[in-house]
Design a protein around this ligand. Structure first.
Ligand SMILES: [Zn+2]
Length: 61
């Protein structure tokens, strides 16, 4: 019984982690203007504006 509980806890934890990585944040890409998934979020500190955000692949350009 206890063992079964542990297993489902682990499964839940890994599912939560996966959901978190695919979470759509409130941040908007400064390059393309679309909202950014947490796993693609690239924060950049700009002296004049504070924090701005890019998709990781869009910051390269
Ligand atoms: Zn973008």
């Amino acid at each position: 019984m206890a063992k079964k509980g542990e297993l489902s806890k682990t499964a839940k934890a890994s599912l939560a982690l996966k959901d978190d990585r695919n979470h759509l944040t409130e941040r908007v890409c400064a390059k393309c203007g679309e909202r950014i998934l947490l796993k693609e979020l690239y924060p950049v500190k700009v002296a004049t504006k504070g924090m701005v955000f890019y998709h990781k692949q869009h910051y390269q350009m």
